[in-house]
Write a new protein. Structure first.
Length: 422
């Protein structure tokens, strides 16, 4: 072991702490935060934790379709080298055809960038756009990577409220109030994580009009656009106008239960003529990371063009539909718990009545639940919800595990009510 370096005087110089970047001061991602760290410690001690914290389908038996797996295997000998920085021709061609199905007009191959999942592309899109102090409108609650990516890129996240009383649809007046001269873009997450809301065309058209009036970019996170229940249909906001710049994100992680493959895409559409400098920035960043992982790209064409097995899972009687219905019913039976039934995605975002559950610190609340009942959730503040009165519940586990987990939550909440009874 090397001794500390001594200065010419012969006196030992104390080691200085190595600090993280100041850019990370306002960046957090509580889905994989400190409570998860404690859960892992408990598992290492031999305790069984029921995890309802993360939308990772594979551990719950939702595996990628066999034809996607086989196509990737068959093409592995061709996947040893870099692809084009924007992605394989076949993958981008398949995405281009998908935009036609979604009625997004005038998308060319050059408008599509394949990424290592949507997460990488979100960060890339923010880094290419934002200067220090630029503002981006983001929903509350949100998928927290959006807030983190804006902050990490030097921007300022401004959260507009989604209204629980209106089935979690965006509050358009709140969006208008929060636009400033520094606002560059608005993010919509549709279908929404964590609420499961699905935005109707009339709301999307209003958001387009706001973007048009204030010359904002619309970033549309549509990763759950096939995970729809009760016959619902999804409208891509980029299909509603040609005179606004849209950047749409999607991938294999949820619709095709292939989260670990890290295969996503970003589509630039709409008013591209005045965005050439920004698009050049995206291309520079795509080139800097050389390319997305090539083996997974070989699964994109098969996924988009093949049998859509997600339809069986979300249909009445399908596994995801059954688990949604069960989880929603069990949560609604707990005193003081209310929950808008999700129309899409894999989550519920129940509210705990503050009169019965006076929670001051919702992260501590979640930690107490973990320690007492061995159930792992994520608190509402982890999704940038402003009040400590919501939780996100993932309904991916099998029905027996869901029933057991929610019964444990109910038991914990009963004790909590008694301790805090007024």
């Amino acid at each position: 072991m090397n001794a500390p370096r001594l200065p010419a005087s012969g006196l030992e110089v104390p080691m200085q702490p190595i600090l993280k970047s100041d850019k990370l001061a306002s960046v957090c991602y509580d889905i994989r935060g400190p409570v998860l760290t404690r859960a892992r410690q408990m598992e290492e001690e031999g305790q069984r934790v029921i995890k309802l914290n993360i939308g990772n389908p594979a551990p719950f038996g939702f595996t990628a379709p066999e034809e996607i797996i086989q196509d990737i295997i068959r093409n592995l000998p061709e996947a040893s080298g870099y692809s084009d920085s924007k992605g394989l021709f076949s993958a981008r061609k398949a995405v281009m055809h998908y935009t036609q199905e979604k009625r997004i007009r005038d998308v060319q191959l050059g408008d599509i960038i394949i990424g290592n999942g949507v997460s990488e592309l979100i960060v890339m899109a923010m880094q290419a756009l934002l200067n220090n102090g630029d503002e981006v409108l983001i929903p509350a609650p949100d998928y927290p990577l959006w807030t983190a990516a804006v902050s990490l890129s030097g921007g300022v996240p401004r959260h507009y409220i989604c209204d629980e009383q209106a089935r979690w649809l965006p509050d358009l007046d709140d969006i208008r109030r929060k636009i400033s001269p520094s606002t560059r873009a608005i993010v919509i997450i549709n279908p929404n994580n964590p609420t499961g809301a699905l935005y109707p065309p009339e709301i999307l058209k209003e958001i387009v009009e706001i973007a048009r009036r204030h010359q904002l970019i619309v970033y549309a996170d549509e990763i759950y656009d096939k995970v729809l229940y009760d016959g619902a249909t999804h409208t891509s906001i980029a299909s509603l106008a040609d005179d606004v710049l849209f950047v749409t994100f999607n991938g294999l992680s949820k619709n095709y239960r292939a989260a670990g493959y890290r295969a996503g895409w970003m589509i630039v559409s709409g008013e591209k003529r005045h965005a050439q400098d920004y698009i050049e920035g995206l291309n520079i960043l795509a080139s800097m990371r050389l390319c997305a992982n090539v083996p997974a790209q070989y699964g994109i064409q098969t996924a988009l063009g093949g049998y859509q097995s997600i339809n069986d899972l979300v249909a009445p009687g399908g596994r995801l539909a059954r688990q949604r219905d069960l989880a929603h019913r069990l949560l609604a039976e707990i005193p003081g718990v209310s929950c808008v039934k999700p129309q899409a995605a894999m989550y519920l975002f129940p509210r705990l009545d503050p009169r019965l559950y006076p929670i001051a610190d919702d992260q501590q609340f979640i930690l107490d639940l973990l320690l007492e009942e061995k159930v792992l959730l994520v608190q509402g503040s982890g999704f940038n919800w402003p009040s400590p009165d919501h939780l996100r519940v993932v309904f991916l586990p099998h029905e027996d595990d869901l029933t057991e987990a929610i019964s444990r939550i109910a038991r914990f909440l009963e004790r909590y009510r008694k301790r805090h009874a007024v």
